[in-house]
Design a protein around this ligand. Sequence first.
Ligand code: 13P
Ligand code: SF4
Length: 331
Amino acid sequence: MSDAAKVPAGTDLIDEINRLRKERNAVILAHYYQKPELQDLADFVGDSLELSRKAAETDADVIAFCGVKFMAETAKILSPEKIVVLPDMEAGCSLEDSCPPEKFAAFRARHPDHIALTYINCSTEVKALSDIIVTSSSAETILQQIPRDQPIIFGPDRHLGGWLSRKFDREMLLWPGVCIVHEAFSETELLKLKAQHPGAPVAAHPECPPAIIDHADHVGSTSSILNFARDFPGDTLIVATEPHIMHQMEKALPNKTFIGAPGADGNCNCNICPYMALNTLEKLYVALRDLEPRIEIEEGLRLKAKASLDRMLEMASASVGKGDLGPVSAG
Ligand code: 13P
Ligand code: SF4
């Protein structure tokens, strides 16, 4: 049965979602790349790190996760006693797909002296094989706490890894994954857009390839791009990340103009994340009503994955240079 067919004719989706969220004691968490109507309904909208923290702290009985599967799995790993529903279980991620656990395990085995510093955009199995998880907003703080002589494998995003490597002048073995959304920005089209808006800065997510990052005035996570949008002194900003983030900018900053960086065809439709876009109001309603599709993780696997996520949460909160976390070693 299609999701539309599961919704009785005449259902007021917003009213029903509001009724069900109370009845279920549910919290609705949404990533900035979700459709505006889902962002507007959510109890909390945030970047991957903020959403992980919310999931770990909530006292709700149900977490309805408007995001992609690795995010909902992270919520379940950190809050195993909660019911975690994802409106569409097909909401995956090209970075996760690029890194099958067996291949990652074999790669690790070939480099036993390296620790695995792994982007949160990966499967639970890969988290379980990793030493420390990072998000784009915590990667810099965490990397600076790892002794410089400690060799590192960074996966699965080679662009985020490459950007960190250049910024901190630190070699890392990079897994060759990419985000298909950020990979689709076109340098040629970006340069044309910059020529049309002289003086407009560019804010880019570190999942972008170097050819885009090289033209950016600010590089950082979705939250840091939002902060830059608020603080930059001009009135027009070019945004090189998934365009649904501009919903928050437009709401908070109606006097500024935000322009999505273009893909190769000159418009930014190819930069909409096809996985994030699978979630809809209908599917959120059905998920809250049926408490399905539900995330389930085998306990042994969950505990292994939790260890690397806990390290992230701990190290992300440490002030660099003052932390007492000590060296993190391979194995
Ligand atoms: P952040 O929100 O952590 O910057 O991550 C972006 C992303 O790729 C989500 O899939
Ligand atoms: Fe994955 Fe890219 Fe979509 Fe984020 S935007 S979920 S990294 S495919």
